[in-house]
Design a protein around this ligand. Sequence first.
Ligand code: KIV
Ligand code: ZN
Length: 385
Amino acid sequence: MSKIQFLDTTLRDGEQSPGVNLNRFEKLEIARQLEALGVDIIEAGFAASSEGDFLGVQEIARQIRSVSISSLSRAKDSDIRTAWDALKKAAEPRLHIFLATSDIHMKHKLNLTRSEVLETAKHCVQLAKSFFPKVQISAEDACRSDRAFLAEFVETAIQAGADVINIPDTVGYINPSEYYDLFKFLQENVPSYDKAIFSCHCHDDLGMAVANSLAAIQAGVEQVECTVNGIGERAGNAALEEIAVALHIREDVYRKNTNLRLHEITKTSELVSRLTGMVVQKNKAIVGSNAFAHESGIHQDGVLKEPTTYEIIPPALIGLSTNSLVLGKHSGRHAFTDRLNGLGYEFSTEIINEAFIQFKALTDKKKDITDEDLMRIISKWSDKE
Ligand code: KIV
Ligand code: ZN
């Protein structure tokens, strides 16, 4: 089984989430946790973008020794040199240059012709290779680029020495089958395709970032770029935890290994949420607080008899101690009794029946039934014990 490399860009694209601003100490704390999680590459920031980002990238490069550390860079000599200054002490430094290839970006943003873009890519990759052992280039807005031109750009970059080619869906526009086809097209139309590692990088504007990333993996990419909790520019990036767990749980489909320690996922998610202030939505896959909570009586009964009836992911896989059976109006007798047992009470069937009626009556008035509510309900029997 081949391996997928995880490039985590929580500290760069993730930090581009509106309202997020991490100082270098917070960045280092997250980087240490990403190292514990086992990501292969940390995109630590965009060294040329600010003094703070430069220092953050530099500090991470000095302290985190078992992971490759990358900085983003525009296709500009000065950015490349600044990134090298920040990264030269890294154990495994790498540079990530981005340059747009779509007509919209080349015309309105860069004001460059296609041949000027090819020249710039060639020059920047060659310059970067004179400093960095590993150079990645991204064809920004690749998914809205003319395919033949994109193939020409990729071939130029590989010929110039690029080690990794990233094909980002910068604006979250593509769908899974189109993204799959795009990689197949590049495999067939880039003569030097086999000389580089191909990478995917997806945004979630249409809610397809994770599905697109998985489609790219099925098409043969060897590197996936993502962020913890899916934070990032606009609607965010593909969520690391969703891709990682999907690869693991559906290994029958994807047939890929990773270096990730999945049991670090919950801790990583909580840290990123706390330091960025980006609250994880309750029903978010894998790391939302409801992701392992069961409310309906039928589901609770099933899970108590055999967890796999309604749980495809064992909570321990991502570092959770247990699932949770939420007591509410859909809950049944089995979960109710189980909770009382968990609180240390064992009652006769008659008492359980009567207490259950009172519990059900309360669920019509109150959404979440707490242990304190249960204690009140059973007090007339528990007090006698
Ligand atoms: O979304 C994007 O295109 C990017 C590039 C810088 C890779 O984040
Ligand atoms: Zn991005």
